[in-house]
Ligand binder design. Structure first.
Ligand SMILES: NC(=O)C1=CN([C@@H]2O[C@H](COP(=O)(O)OP(=O)(O)OC[C@H]3O[C@@H](n4cnc5c(N)ncnc54)[C@H](OP(=O)(O)O)[C@@H]3O)[C@@H](O)[C@H]2O)C=CC1
Ligand SMILES: Cc1cn([C@H]2C[C@H](O)[C@@H](COP(=O)(O)OP(=O)(O)O[C@H]3O[C@@H](C)C(=O)[C@@H](O)[C@H]3O)O2)c(=O)[nH]c1=O
Ligand SMILES: [Mg+2]
Length: 282
């Protein structure tokens, strides 16, 4: 049995579809603000592997609430990973492109230097480090720009704005890979299953949708596929002030994932599937 932390999030919802026999712990059942309780849940359930799909993902809010974000994104995953290590079972943890400063234009490799620009990225990086140091079999899967038919994400924001707007200004100088929650869920499942017999595959891996694009071009693709007449104008990040600073270069070098037989998913195909699921295209 696989134990999953998170039940209602984008990735957790997709994990539910492909892991019908897994046990999913909601915030009510295991609150990551209480790290000891989360570690105890692992010891009690005695699963074959653990996937952590819960996190504090409100990037701007984290700037003024870093203590909560640190507990949820770092202290709890650390305690959970140590509990999993104690049982000798794999711990699969999801992290983010926001651990990088985003300088340059080269895709980041898993061992490139990290330097988060904001509180969310700092807490996610701290979580990665605690998972690595827990001493058991593990995978840290860094992904980016997650979208799905469930929960909050850029695709759903764009569709909502299309109801009331016929033009939008969207940042065009942040470049990254939109990644479907469905593809991430499948990658987590594959990694958890392979790590059970192949703990030597433990490590930090990158996984993002291809091809790399800008938020502005991603928005254009959404409106085009959904048949919405919204004009998108490119703007620089400096024209879209937010509490948290975001990396300009979010390109991730995902080549190491071939160790698990995984390759970058095509976000256009996944976007078509999500828009169909949302009833935005037929
Ligand atoms: N969203 C994105 O664009 C990206 C996400 N990631 C990472 O991917 C992973 C999955 O993200 P995603 O599915 O998008 O996240 P969502 O924001 O969709 O969901 C987050 C989940 O975490 C749960 N959660 C939050 N706080 C707590 C808590 N204190 N105790 C228990 N559960 C809690 C939420 O529960 P509830 O519904 O009860 O609030 C929710 O189920 C995360 O590790 C995230 O950092 C990485 C790159 C990009
Ligand atoms: C709504 C809107 C957004 N934007 C910009 C702001 C931002 O730079 C970009 C995307 O907006 P979001 O609010 O989705 O960005 P954000 O919440 O920062 O998304 C991030 O979430 C965390 C959890 C991650 O780990 C990252 O990989 C990334 O997906 O679009 C515009 O330029 N115009 C707009 O009208
Ligand atoms: Mg449950």
């Amino acid at each position: 049995m696989i134990l999953v932390f998170g039940e209602s999030g984008q990735v957790a919802t997709e994990l539910k579809r492909i892991l019908p026999d897994a046990v999913f712990l909601s915030r009510q059942e295991a609150d990551l603000a209480n790290p000891a309780a989360c570690a105890a849940a692992i010891t009690e359930h005695r699963p074959a592997a653990v996937i952590n799909a819960a996190a504090y993902t409100a990037v701007d809010k984290a700037e003024s609430d870093e203590e909560t974000a640190l507990n949820v994104n770092a202290t709890a995953p650390g305690a959970m990973a140590r509990a999993a290590a104690g049982l000798g079972i794999p711990f699969v943890h999801i992290s983010t492109d926001y651990v990088f400063a985003g300088t340059g234009e080269k895709p980041f490799s898993p061992d490139d230097p990290t330097a988060p620009l904001g509180a969310y990225g700092r807490t996610k990086l701290a979580g990665e480090q605690l998972v690595v140091r827990a001493g058991g079999p593990f995978a840290v899967l860094r992904t980016s720009w997650v979208f799905s038919a469930h929960g909050g994400n850029f695709v759903k924001t764009m569709l909502r704005l299309a109801e009331s707007r016929d033009s939008l200004t969207i940042v065009a100088d942040q470049i990254g890979g939109p990644t479907s929650a469905r593809a991430i869920a499948l990658a987590c499942k594959v990694m958890a299953e392979q790590l059970i017999n192949n703990p030597e595959k433990s490590g930090i891996y990158h996984f993002s949708g291809a091809p790399d694009t800008s938020w502005a071009d991603f928005a254009r693709a959404i409106f085009e596929m959904a048949g919405r007449a919204v004009t998108v104008t490119d703007i620089p990040t400096s024209d879209y002030p937010t509490p948290a600073k975001r990396p300009l270069n979010s390109r991730l070098d995902c080549s190491a994932l071939s160790a698990f037989g995984l390759a970058r998913p095509d976000w256009r195909a996944d976007l078509a599937q999500v828009l169909t699921e949302l009833g935005a295209i037929s």
